[in-house]
Design a binder for this molecule. Sequence first.
Ligand code: ADP
Ligand code: ZN
Length: 530
Amino acid sequence: PDTSVVRSASTPAEVLRRVFGYDSFRGNQQDIVEHVTAGNDALVLMPTGAGKSLCYQIPALVRKGVGIVVSPLIALMQDQVDALTALGVRAGFLNSTQDPDERRLVEYAFLNNELDLLYLAPERLRLDSTLRLFDQGEVALFAIDEAHCVAQWGHDFRPDYLALSTLHERWPRVPRIALTATANPATHAEIAARLNLENARHFVASFDRPNIQYRIVPKNDPKRQLLDFLRTEHPGDAGIVYCLSRASVEKTAEFLRDNGIEALPYHAGLDARTRAANQARFLREDGLVMVATIAFGMGIDKPDVRFVAHLDLPKSVEGYYQETGRAGRDGLPSTAWLAYGLQDVVQQRKMIDTSEGDDAHRRRLAAHLDTMLALCETVECRRQRLLAYFGEEHPGRCGNCDTCLSPPESWDGTIAAQKLLSTVYRLQRERRQKFGAGQLIDILLGRKTAKVIQHDHDSLTVFGIGTELRESEWRGVVRQLLAQGLLAVEGDYGTLVLTEASGEVLGRQRQVLLRREPERSAPAGGGKPK
Ligand code: ADP
Ligand code: ZN
């Protein structure tokens, strides 16, 4: 390849202009580039789309030797290398998808200083041959992309990343730059500790994405709700719909197609070729909807994703932020829309209870879920809440989230909470029974269902004491009590049990404020045939 364009540029500003074709740096890119070019370590915390790549690409081009970029995104390496090659940058990659001959060619190029950037899958660092290779060539810097993968506190831990600590021990003089779009302070601290980057300068950009509108709605008929949302707000727009399971990905994609929306499925159960083809279509064509599990999206650079919809509750606020962050990278108005319901809480508790790993791991997962629930049930500005979770202050009232746009009414739910909790109490204490939300609500509403009669629940003193609320409102009460830790879910069947804090409500020492459930919205367009 013609490398003159790169070789003749020698300062960061020149490389920015002549290689990448941009007039000016963005945000704190310039500080970062100068810091790393001078041979110093950096930890870069920047939201998706802010321009992390240039922060290591430019120093790699300016410094002598080859920039090594460690990245878990193996599927994207070819695309990244192609994009750089098109700019005249000499780039290559090493990962398990190549045969030994292909790898040998890249290694040869590396040794002969014929590369500017070498992308590397983290598992290659476990091989002695890789480390020897670095000894024989000249390394300009180590860039550690998606650095949160080293943190167990995060949502995307990769054991291979732990090997990255050897880089510093073995090549103490080669500068390292670790980058992540993860915003959580606990994760930052863990990255710094695990990668020995305590003394590195930290560059923290604001994580606010003002063009993204955050909306969280109670889930009742999710596919219908999604369809209404797409038809009324995003007709013809490109977007991503996240579902928890492969089965629901398939069903949702089919449902959207049946309703005239071009939707493609993406999950780990599809063969690699179908996945790659669907991803390529999504990137290249306009207005496609990708229905996917969270296997989709890391590193996807599509600027005009106009919405990200979640049909199931994300496992953590970090996950939610990452996934919604794929919307609106071009800075234009975009929507993050999430439908969540009681069943999500039940399902996720169950997944946590049965997850592998020790108790500490389960406690971490439970803490993540709790903060996600608190975000869903807040009556305050969602953006303020979201950024506060990442240690960033925001005055609130952003004007671009659902609670700012139509402030939810809150109501004194103390009596409702007492009714519900005493129903749980009676079953637990008097009958030694545990039931899920459905049965509890039937009891409160005084419904003589077969199951109520079978268990003689119509003889309980609490039978029929809750007719002042609708079923959907009772579901909202259960959900919010779960979010507030006043009720807990256990076991395979989503049975509800009291917590220590429940006693404070039953003993009238604690008031419970609840968010009013919106009336179920009428389907847009009215009277559509089912
Ligand atoms: P990140 O890795 O932080 O998600 P990227 O490095 O992929 O972001 O950059 C996002 C987009 O912004 C890319 O299309 C990139 O070319 C563009 N970009 C980055 N820096 C600049 C800049 N200084 N001027 C103009 N565009 C930029
Ligand atoms: Zn707001």
